[in-house]
Design a protein around this ligand. Structure first.
Ligand SMILES: NC(=O)c1ccc[n+]([C@@H]2O[C@H](COP(=O)([O-])OP(=O)(O)OC[C@H]3O[C@@H](n4cnc5c(N)ncnc54)[C@H](O)[C@@H]3O)[C@@H](O)[C@H]2O)c1
Length: 460
């Protein structure tokens, strides 16, 4: 295909690859952007009106660029051969077997990709690590790529992605920073300049920062560890608030107004989810243990431990206040996505809560505006015991309790008088996101249990 200044390929058309490349295509009409994935059904969806993921603003961009300079393709060999720059955005989940099981990153998809690139490349390529990877992965990548050298030069660059699902398009269009890690060699510097040039199409130069490649790989793990740590830090104070009649929202406001601390990411909740936080911290913990840094590993592992504790505490509190049994009680989960404005349910706290409630023999109803399909997959083994109903009024009808799992705006605006009237009494609300007007719900008749503040209860 002629007429384009550069040809970009992204291997892995998931959340990160799909959204990032759509924005790059939108901002760089002079570049041809292609995506390839081993999951051909996913590629078909990207080429249809029913995209494989929900992300606000994504449909419009894909419609605008698809077939012009944005292409979703199935043929890996041709796509690799044509590309000047190859982003790799395959999944790097926690390894579930062998050495490092439950902690280390599973790099099998990553390695397979490196081998594919080596197999099909006929000319020099810049390879960009977009996936989140353990520090020093670029070395392994380079070793695979340069084994039996075919006189093709591969230069590996680290360019971790900091987008957050739900606000991904804005995060990409107006990023806090773009980080480009490179090796300090002439070829490394040339590759760095290629990637800077790409982002400079829309990102101010002062927000494009470069560093050594290992700092770049490690920065992504550390950024996620810090974000998750803020959630666990505030959540760790919630049981203390519940015991002492302090109110976590008042504590968070007072603490967050300190400009050294800042007010973001201080919302107490049922616990963090998402495909990244837990996996990336565990990866960091594993790397620390590998280097014998056990104290450091223990410190960061505590962030994950508090998150598990917070989820179990939520279920324990439900049991405790609903007369020590949930058997045959009808409980409606409001939301299943790991956060608002996404269909993604990976590692959602709702999965853990749902499974525990099923274990306690509760009858579950799940409602969510975008994530019911994923919820069904997550609870595949238990689907016989779960109902999925998109309308929250119908979903909560006849229930004993509602548990807010996701902070969707629509849940703030429901007619809770109507909902209360349709529920079994006594009716309970457990606000796992502290998004509702608790006093008002109490006045309607609910027994209300927010996170990190005393319950509002009609019986003593
Ligand atoms: N989701 C996020 O919010 C987020 C944010 C920043 C960074 N990341 C990182 O980005 C990476 C990708 O995450 P994601 O959420 O997009 O995952 P994802 O599972 O949505 O997408 C990964 C895609 O790669 C494809 N794939 C796997 N092996 C392949 C191969 N050999 N060839 C071609 N395609 C292959 C899979 O089929 C899948 O479609 C991960 O390392 C993740 O940690 C994710």
């Amino acid at each position: 295909m002629g007429g384009f200044k550069k040809k970009i390929l992204c291997i892995g058309a998931g959340y990160v690859g799909g959204i990032t490349m759509a924005v790059i295509a939108d901002k760089c009409p002079d570049y041809r952007v292609a995506l390839v994935d081993i999951d051909h059904e996913k590629i078909d969806k990207w080429n249809s009106d029913n995209l494989p993921i929900y992300e606000p603003g994504l449909d419009e961009i894909v419609k605008r660029r698809r077939g012009k300079n944005l292409f979703f393709v199935k043929e890996m060999g041709k796509a690799i051969e044509e590309a000047d720059i190859i982003f790799v955005s395959v999944n790097t989940p926690t390894k579930m077997f062998g050495a490092g099981a439950g902690m280390a990153a599973d790099l099998q998809y990553w390695e397979k990709t490196a081998r594919e690139i080596k197999k099909y490349a006929r000319s020099d390529k810049v390879i960009v690590e977009k996936s989140t990877l353990p520090v020093k992965t670029a070395d392994a990548m380079e070793r695979i790529l340069s084994a039996e050298n075919k006189k093709v030069h591969f230069e590996v660059i680290s360019n971790p992605e900091f987008l957050a699902e739900g606000s991904a398009i804005r995060d990409l269009e107006e990023p806090d920073r773009i980080l480009i890690g490179y090796k300090d060699t002439p070829a490394g510097k040339r590759a760095r300049d290629d990637i800077v040039e790409l982002y400079a199409h829309w990102v101010p130069k002062k927000r494009i920062i470069t560093s050594n490649i290992w700092s770049s790989e490690l920065s992504k793990l550390v950024a996620n560890a810090f974000l998750a740590q803020r959630v666990s830090s505030i959540n760790s104070i919630t049981p203390l608030c519940e015991k002492t009649e302090a109110d976590i929202s008042e504590v968070a406001r007072a603490v967050g107004m300190d400009s050294r601390i800042g007010n973001r990411f201080l919302n107490a909740s049922v616990g963090f989810g998402g495909s990244c936080f837990k996996k990336d911290i565990l990866n960091l913990v594993y790397i620390c243990r590998y280097y014998g840094l056990n104290e450091v590993a223990d410190y960061w592992e505590g962030v994950v431990r508090i998150n598990e504790y917070q989820k179990e505490r939520f279920v324990a509190r439900m049991m405790d206040v609903m007369f020590h049994t949930l058997a045959n009680k009808r409980i409606c989960l409001f939301g299943f996505a790991f956060k608002a404005n996404t269909s993604d349910t990976r590692e959602s706290a709702a999965i853990y809560i749902a499974k525990r409630l099923i274990e306690e023999k509760a009858a579950l109803v799940i409602t969510d505006p975008k994530a019911l399909e994923n919820a069904k997959k997550d609870l595949a083994g238990d689907n016989a015991k779960v109902e999925y109903i998109e309308d929250p009024y119908l979903a909560s009808k006849g229930c004993d309790a509602i548990a807010i799992m996701t902070e969707w705006d629509i849940y703030k605006e429901l007619d809770y008088e109507k909902i209360y009237a349709s529920m079994r009494k006594p009716a309970f609300i457990f606000d796992g996101r502290n998004i509702l007007d608790h006093k008002r719900l109490f006045e309607i008749g609910f027994n209300v249990y927010p996170i990190g503040m005393p319950g509002l209860v009609h019986f003593s």
